[in-house]
Design a protein around this ligand. Sequence first.
Ligand code: ATP
Ligand code: IPE
Length: 243
Amino acid sequence: MDIVKIGGSLLTDKTAYRKFFQKKASTIIQNLIHLEDFILVHGGGSFGHYISERYGLPGEISDERIRAASIVKYDMTDLNQKIVKMLNTRNRPSIGISPFFLHSHEDFNYDIVRKTIKNRIIPVLYGDVYFRDGFLDILSGDSIMVSLARIFKPRRTIFMSDVDGVYDRDPKKYRDATLMNTYSSESVSFGTISNDVTGGMELKFKSMIQCRDMGIKTYLINGNYPERIDTIGTKEFMGTEFV
Ligand code: ATP
Ligand code: IPE
């Protein structure tokens, strides 16, 4: 089994509220459907971060945050259903699962994911808002990846973002940044984060290290070229392998 995360920066324009990249999303899904057995996780991009940032989510429960959370919850469901539909119409039955409903007693219960897989349905999870004693919190898709990896011990965890892999520093700011084909423990800088309330590349990076440390083959690839998924493990591989 593989667990794949599609970053919100691939599915949406992170600078424009609810701007969905239909064509790009569909190309990514097209490149995933031939994987035999997988769990899909996706991020929020401007369906999640825009309203969250504007109205102070995550944060203590207040009337304004409740209003904001209900909008984010709706928008994230909407984004998720677009992805689910793309899988369903390609004859890969799938079901959206929000962590909002999985949280109780300080933890997330992923039993429903197990049941879904058992019934040969692809679970499609996503970053979302949830209640945590007195708090309206946000769980990122990257954190979901780590939890699922721990429970399901997949063969591979594959993270897709909008860059070719991990660089020694932000490649969008520094043109001479160097791509790391493998990452073990070198020092990397991430700079400041914008349009992202869950921690951007730095959180993703930490999540990838946690997956690697569980003994799972872990990769970061550029989802703008989703066919690169088929080059994993070959000489042609373009991306970062965590070793
Ligand atoms: P998520 O939002 O789920 O964390 P995402 O795919 O939406 O994932 P971002 O959070 O936007 O991705 O993170 C990707 C961005 O991180 C890249 O576009 C890049 O500009 C930035 N970045 C900063 N530092 C680095 C680095 N050292 N190596 C690679 N990318 C970096
Ligand atoms: C964020 O999930 C979800 C919300 C803000 C509600 P992620 O952290 O996984 O999203 P991306 O990938 O950064 O867009």
